[in-house]
Design a protein around this ligand. Structure first.
Ligand SMILES: NC(=O)c1ccc[n+]([C@@H]2O[C@H](COP(=O)([O-])OP(=O)(O)OC[C@H]3O[C@@H](n4cnc5c(N)ncnc54)[C@H](OP(=O)(O)O)[C@@H]3O)[C@@H](O)[C@H]2O)c1
Length: 241
């Protein structure tokens, strides 16, 4: 399928896990994918692999803690592509700890990556968004609707991201931009491996959702005919965990 030929997709968190899988899935459908992350070595490997389908895909090193790097990456996208059709926010950060103990700095860091960075990137990219095919997708988490103990900071940032996304949809739908949130449960990525380590349970990727399957579900929603909009998709591992 080449539905995304001549379209530009920007993916954050493209160096790992779900963002990396989304980059492959979009490139295989011939989108030019601009892949954002800090780990430039990994991003270059992905750029090399996707160039087979999508030679104009590019890796861009950006630390989402740093506003000036965010602005520079957007200037690069403007110069290189001129327009954006699809934006996938996958970069994310989590930490654990009870409200009694968890450092407030951890909360600030998660707010910056999970809420503020998607806000800023979206705000700065809206002027160059294609109004005919525009789509913005957010990788949220099932904890946005179902908070867990010892995860208050992460859950709060994901709930905030849901609010941001739902407001955004009402603001930009009329301008021709669709907004999708995907809420995955446990997905077999490096982040989830770390979650399991902290919980003291074995990391069993076969019992989890595969990142490529989250990406396939997201991309299939992006194919929805333009008179309709899929707003929210919850994806949970079928096997009980
Ligand atoms: N895995 C799960 O079970 C699960 C479940 C529900 C929701 N999610 C959500 O899914 C999304 C993707 O997570 P994942 O599981 O794929 O995790 P992952 O494999 O750890 O990937 C996280 C990505 O975020 C990027 N990132 C983190 N901090 C950054 C920063 N300061 N600047 C730029 N990029 C940064 C990382 O890139 P660099 O290291 O290159 O900077 C990496 O590409 C996250 O939003 C997460 O909350 C995951």
């Amino acid at each position: 399928m080449n539905a995304f030929k001549n379209q530009v997709a920007v993916v954050t968190g493209a160096s790992s896990g779900i963002g990396k899988a989304c980059s492959y899935a979009l490139a295989k459908q011939f989108a030019s994918v601009c892949m954002l992350g800090r780990n430039i070595n990994e991003l270059k490997i992905i750029e090399n692999k996707v160039s087979e389908y999508s030679p104009s895909s590019k890796a861009v090193q950006v630390d989402l803690f740093n506003d000036s790097e965010i602005h520079e990456s957007i200037e690069f996208i403007k110069r290189e592509y001129g327009k954006v059709h699809i934006l996938v926010h996958s970069a994310g950060l989590y930490s654990t700890g009870s409200i009694a103990d968890a450092p407030v700095q951890d909360f600030d860091n998660q707010y910056k990556i999970n809420v503020r960075a998607p806000y800023l990137l979206t705000q700065k990219m809206l002027p160059i968004f294609d109004r005919e095919h525009g789509q913005i997708a957010f990788i949220n988490s099932t904890v946005a609707m179902n908070a867990k103990k010892n995860l208050s900071q992460y859950c709060a940032t994901k709930s905030a991201l849901k609010a941001l996304t739902d407001s955004l949809r009402q603001e930009v739908n009329a301008e021709g931009i669709r907004v999708l949130t995907v809420y995955p449960g446990r997905t077999a990525t490096p982040m989830q491996e770390d979650v399991c380590k902290r919980e003291g349970v074995a990391f069993n990727p076969d019992a989890m959702i595969q990142p490529a399957h989250v990406a396939d579900i997201l991309v299939s929603a992006l194919h929805t005919p333009r008179d309709a909009e899929i707003t929210d998709i919850t994806v949970r591992p079928m096997k009980a965990m």
